[in-house]
Design a protein around this ligand. Structure first.
Ligand code: FES
Ligand code: FES
Length: 210
């Protein structure tokens, strides 16, 4: 088998490679006889059935989501975005990059806009979270939601919930003195459809109730 690594850096297979001291989960792309391999996750044979080796730490967290207290036990690694989408069924917040680069997952935490994909849910004990589902007042749309419709500020709509939540934050912060200022303070929200001109107009409309 060919390899790009210099010969001196390639370790020969040894018996100790999967010895009991190295048991547990290991990431691999190699199929090894007798091992369980699924989607790149390799479970060493002696770890199968050993629940203590695979059980992830979990915690209970209690927070307010759209005005309603929610208490839930989650894996400590769960992001706020996954808590909302996978555990609470609030799929308005979108998963774009899952890495803090697109803004599709933007929600408000204690009134501040955050990328929920980068926010650990277990750190939000007692926090007040608002998602796009929590913006309406009964059947009445939030002024910024209405402005997005009035200005036709979307195409596919995937970025729209994040744009609206970020716009709500932008207006609340007072960064709406000019279209340039809005553009600057909304720059963390990417629109692949290129609706930026209309998005800025919508934020401006809602900020100044034109
Ligand atoms: Fe969170 Fe892109 S999904 S920033
Ligand atoms: Fe399609 Fe923004 S409307 S990504």
């Amino acid at each position: 088998m060919s390899t790009d690594l210099p010969e001196s850096t390639v370790s020969p297979p040894t018996e100790s490679r999967f010895s009991p001291s190295r048991r547990g989960l290991m990431v691999t792309s190699t199929v090894v006889g007798g091992a369980v391999v699924a989607g790149g996750l390799f479970v060493a044979p002696d770890a199968v059935g050993d629940e203590s080796a695979t059980e992830a730490p979990s915690s209970q967290v209690s927070l307010i989501v759209n005005g309603e207290r929610r208490t839930i036990t989650i894996d400590n690694r769960t992001s706020l975005l996954d808590l909302l989408r996978e555990h609470l069924g609030l799929t308005g917040s979108k998963k774009g990059c899952n890495a803090g680069a697109c803004g599709a997952c933007t929600v408000l935490v204690d009134g501040q806009r955050v990328n929920s994909c980068l926010t650990l849910a277990v750190r939000l004990e007692g926090a007040d979270v608002t998602t796009v589902e929590g913006l309406t007042d009964g059947d009445e749309l939030h002024p910024l939601q209405q402005a997005f419709i009035d200005e036709d500020a979307f195409q596919c709509g995937y970025c729209t919930p994040g744009q609206i939540m970020s716009g709500v934050g932008c207006i609340k912060e007072g960064h709406t003195g000019s279209e340039d200022e809005i553009r600057e303070w909304m720059s963390g929200n990417i629109c692949r459809c290129g609706c930026y001109v209309k998005i800025v107009r919508a934020v401006d409309q809602a900020a100044h109730r034109k």
